[in-house]
Ligand binder design. Structure first.
Ligand code: BG6
Ligand code: MG
Length: 216
């Protein structure tokens, strides 16, 4: 029986995945690392540190310089998210959150981002989330299951009672490692391992998922 949904943030509820890409791209250009949209796909859902390690493709950088690069990328990212308003919720996201709550199911956030709280405040959905787990909540990031287990713990639910909604391969892997049900958003090449794959949340209602999952 499903009692809760745990949503990833970037690329699921809002398109900050694009802002992360632009911020990394700017840093990459500045430090002379080739970095394409395709390269960026493998960074989806990956922590800031993990992302920079991938971007550097094995180039060794002393820790103080590494930290400075992460800070630079984050500064670029922060200028993008300053502009976020409730209009930046992806189509269907708010409607689904409201419907889940109206059905007496719980909602949680499981985002690797240290900026997640600011983003949900700006989107105006902080009060629609019963639990928030973010980049500060756990040490081991996706694809480890810890972040989703932390969110489920806050909700007082077992993983088998929760559906994780994710746009990243690393996120689906994390959810499955924790024993969660999964809905993947995006192309099958990316999220095909999920139990249910949807293009996006646009027009998605609880009834559409009732065939695959049992609610309450
Ligand atoms: C995830 C994003 O939600 O958060 C990643 O999908 C990002 O792209 C990660 O690197 C960490 O975010 P932040 O805001 O802490 O740098
Ligand atoms: Mg994501």
């Amino acid at each position: 029986m499903i009692k809760a949904f745990i949503f990833d943030l970037d690329g699921v509820l809002t398109d900050t995945a694009e802002y992360h890409f632009r911020a990394w791209k700017r840093l990459a250009d500045e430090i002379g690392e080739p970095f394409t949209r395709e390269d960026n796909e493998s960074l989806r859902g990956i922590s800031r540190r993990g992302s920079l390690l991938l971007l550097l493709k094995g180039r060794i950088v002393p820790e103080p310089e590494f930290e400075q690069m992460m800070a630079r990328k984050n500064a670029y990212y922060l200028t993008f998210i300053e502009e976020i308003t409730p209009r930046d919720l992806l189509p269907g996201a708010k409607e689904l959150l409201l419907e889940i709550r109206a059905a007496s199911l719980q909602t949680g956030l499981g985002s690797a981002s240290k900026n997640a709280r600011e983003v949900i405040e700006r989107l105006g959905i902080a009060n629609l989330l019963d639990a928030v787990s973010d980049g500060y909540s756990v040490e081991r990031q996706k694809p480890a299951p810890d972040l989703f287990l932390h969110a489920a713990g806050q909700l007082g639910r077992a993983p088998s009672e929760c559906i994780v909604v994710e746009d990243a391969a690393a996120g689906i892997e994390a959810a499955q490692a924790g024993g969660f049900h999964t809905v993947g958003l995006g192309p099958r090449e990316r999220v095909g391992a999920a139990e249910v794959v949807l293009a996006s949340l646009a027009g998605v209602r609880l009834a559409d998922l009732a065939g695959q999952f049992q609610f309450l």
